[in-house]
Design a protein around this ligand. Structure first.
Ligand code: ATP
Ligand code: MG
Length: 686
């Protein structure tokens, strides 16, 4: 098991009996320590199901599961490898009843939350509702409830939001629903307030491993502490220089508190970087240099000096995209790493992706946008999820409203309004109200017939879904249901363009396929053993946690377009960082900010610097950094200034500037290669 680990990594892997913190720079093999330690724990005799490894994204979890499987085979399947939020779901499904939460609670998405808040605050302005949502989320991730938020509110606006928060919480509990922050704060409450539950979980958790520890927030840290208890069998790995989620409540204090809270903590530092060339690493170290040092470390690589880091200037966004694509073409002609999946283009914000998509399409280069619009944000998928949520949790009123109106079934706005008033008056969910004896006092007889029909159909669906086990049965169920409700017709009726309707219907089919696949029952080709089958209802409950279908997309041979935030933990042979301008990266530091004090600006600059450091250190072989001489700002075009980070990388000006002659040489080489391929293909024809 020690193969491919240096001495310090082995020390971390072999330290099984107590708390361990691996603190090290980018690409030094922290994630590798976690995967190998899972293997070591299993070999040492700990039951796989008593190991939990917590990752930052679902995608990272899927990748870690694959690696663990390669190391230890079948037992890897039983290790709990997931995000903090998924762990929270597991805790709540198992023990949430203690908090009055039924097992089939729903997890609300951002849109549901915005509309609940609009309703609570009697506004139709989504932007305001989203601001409330941010404020409430920030309080929740700091561990405050509505009463505590009210007590500490510093002005009228905060007091107003704290009062809204109380109403919002009431709604959530009536709907038997939780939001994302609840997935951490409720399990925390559960473990803190209920000794029997806490003890059971502490016994269950033989060892907990946490990747990207620097980006945990205060409540996640408390949850970790309660999970591991006094035995403190855990391994955290992280890098203070890569903490980039401060805006979401992550706090570097968690790193400082660890040695204080666990005096027996073993701290291990890794100094060798196995990912990048010296040229890339030097640029990274130079950029992060000016930040205050929480834990000093020196990172080195013995992969050789490598290609100089290139700086590319572009006249405007489209030009920048053309140049980035030309670079990919030229490297594909000359480098040993020439698969499409060896390339990534990274930027600060999602909206920057568009020109690159256009340029890649024009060049017929396949790509994927990661960290962009989630599959689950598409209207058609949300429609279906609302139905599925409603059959698992009848109290989910937001899901009820969506399902009853999509596709339209002749139940009108007035009927629904009366039903809503009735439900509020009698403190019932919308679904419960359907069959109340007093409903005829509020709704016309004709409307009641329609409502009852809907209710009976839902009951029937729920019954069938509960008994639908495994992939094949799930596929049949989903097909029947879509036919019953006429969803395909609904899409074609709603969409003017047939092509668009077909694309949306395709998404629906892909979604059903994916859902059915997750119900299991397939036979593992390697072992010949069938997976355990799950009921469709069980699978539905995990949907809200999976933000993309990324675990299916991993092996595609395509260029990656990604935000810097979503690139964390990943690596590519060739990386281009784009839009490295003042105002983009670092992001505008003082505009329109509520708090523009010198201290807070300095802190924001530090976080931007860490973000740049994360970007640079994703590159293995070559790195280019490009900036815009003119850039779009809203509707205008303004002159662009190169980011201060480019200067700070302290590149050798003579070698770093990209030479257009090289590009020409590369293109010639590529044409020659293509011509040769074409002529040999022609020669092979009979
Ligand atoms: P990040 O800070 O970006 O999350 P990390 O510290 O988690 O990086 P890994 O992703 O674990 O680093 O490792 C970086 C690369 O180095 C991977 O390709 C990994 O396989 C390789 N690597 C790690 N340790 C070793 C080792 N001892 N020998 C050879 N390769 C290694
Ligand atoms: Mg990592």
């Amino acid at each position: 098991m020690s193969a491919g680990l240096n001495q310090a990594q082995q020390d971390a892997v072999n330290h099984l009996g107590g708390p361990c913190l691996v603190l090290a720079g980018a690409g030094s093999g922290k994630t590798r320590v976690i995967t190998h330690k899972i293997g070591k724990l299993v070999v040492a005799g700990l039951e796989a199901k008593r190991i939990a490894a917590i990752t930052f994204t679902n995608k990272a979890a899927a990748e870690m599961r694959e690696r663990a499987k390669a190391l230890i085979g079948r037992p890897a399947k039983d290790v709990l490898i997931c995000t903090f939020h998924a762990l929270g779901v597991r805790l709540l499904r198992q023990d949430g009843a203690v908090l009055g939460l039924k097992q089939q609670f729903s997890i609300l998405d951002t849109d549901d939350i915005t509309s609940i808040l609009k309703d609570c605050g009697a506004t139709s302005d989504s932007a305001t509702a989203r601001q409330w949502q941010w404020a409430i989320s920030a309080w929740k991730s700091a561990g405050l409830n509505a009463a505590q938020a009210l007590a500490q509110a510093g002005n009228d606006n905060e007091r107003h939001i704290a009062l809204l928060m109380a109403r919002y919480e009431e709604r959530l509990s009536a709907y038997q629903s939780v939001d994302f922050d609840d997935l951490i704060s409720l399990p925390l409450k559960l473990l803190r307030d209920h000794a029997d539950v806490r003890e059971r979980w502490q016994k269950q958790m033989g060892h907990v491993l946490v990747d990207e520890y620097q980006d945990t927030n205060a409540t996640q840290y408390e949850l970790l502490k309660l999970l591991v208890g006094e035995r403190a069998r855990f391994t955290a790995v992280g890098d203070d220089d890569q903490s980039i989620y401060g805006w979401r409540g992550a706090t570097l204090d968690n790193l400082k508190r660890l040695p204080q809270d666990f005096p027996e903590l073993r701290v291990i530092k890794l100094e060798q970087n196995y990912r990048s060339t010296s040229a890339i690493l030097r640029a990274a170290n130079n950029v992060i240099g000016p930040n205050p040092k929480l834990f000093p470390k020196t990172l080195w690589s013995d992969l050789g000096e490598g290609e100089p880091v290139r700086v590319v200037d572009a006249d405007h966004e489209d030009h920048e995209a053309e140049r980035a694509v030309a670079r990919i073409q030229s490297l594909r002609a000359n480098s040993t790493h020439k698969e499409f999946k060896d390339f990534a283009i990274l930027y600060r914000a999602n909206h920057q992706a568009r020109p690159f998509e256009t340029a890649l399409r024009r060049a017929q280069i396949p790509y994927k946008v990661s960290g962009g619009q989630s599959f689950f944000d598409r209207a058609e998928i949300k429609d279906l999820c609302a139905w599925l949520r409603l059959i698992t949790n009848n109290d989910d009123d937001p899901a009820f409203m969506r399902a009853v109106t999509t596709p339209k079934r002749g139940i009108g706005h007035t009927t629904l309004q009366s039903l809503g008033n009735f439900a509020t008056q009698y403190k019932l969910s919308l679904f419960e109200s359907l069959f109340s004896h007093s409903l005829p006092s509020a709704v016309s007889t004709r409307a009641i017939t329609g409502l009852h029909e809907f209710g009976r159909y839902l009951n029937d669906l729920e019954h069938r879904a509960r008994h639908t086990l495994g992939t094949e049965a799930a596929r049949t169920f989903l097909n029947d249901w879509l036919k019953d409700i006429g969803y395909e017709k609904h899409l074609y009726d709603a969409e003017d363009s047939e092509k668009l309707a077909a694309a949306r219907w395709n998404n629906v089919l892909e979604f059903c396929d994916w859902m059915a696949g997750r119900c299991g029952g397939d036979v593992d080709e390697a072992t010949g053993i069938a997976e355990e089958r799950k009921s469709l209802l069980e699978v539905v409950q995990t949907i809200a946690l999976i933000s993309t279908l990324s675990d299916r997309e991993q092996d595609q041979n395509v260029v990656t377009l990604s935000t810097l935030h979503a690139s964390k933990g990943l690596e590519w042979p060739h990386v281009t960082l784009v839009g490295v301008n003042e105002g983009l990266l670092p992001f505008k530091l003082d505009d329109n900010q509520a708090d523009a004090s010198p201290d807070s600006i300095a802190q924001r600059l530090q976080e931007e610097r860490r973000l740049m450091y994360v970007g640079i250190t994703r590159a293995q072989r070559t790195l280019a950094v490009s900036w815009l001489k003119r850039r779009k700002k809203g509707r205008e075009t303004v002159p662009g200034t190169p980011s201060r980070f480019i200067k700070e990388m302290a590149l050798d000006a003579a070698t770093s500037k990209e030479d257009p002659r090289e590009k020409l040489k590369a293109l010639r080489a590529e044409f020659a290669q293509r011509a040769q391929a074409a002529s040999s293909a022609a020669a092979e024809k009979p």
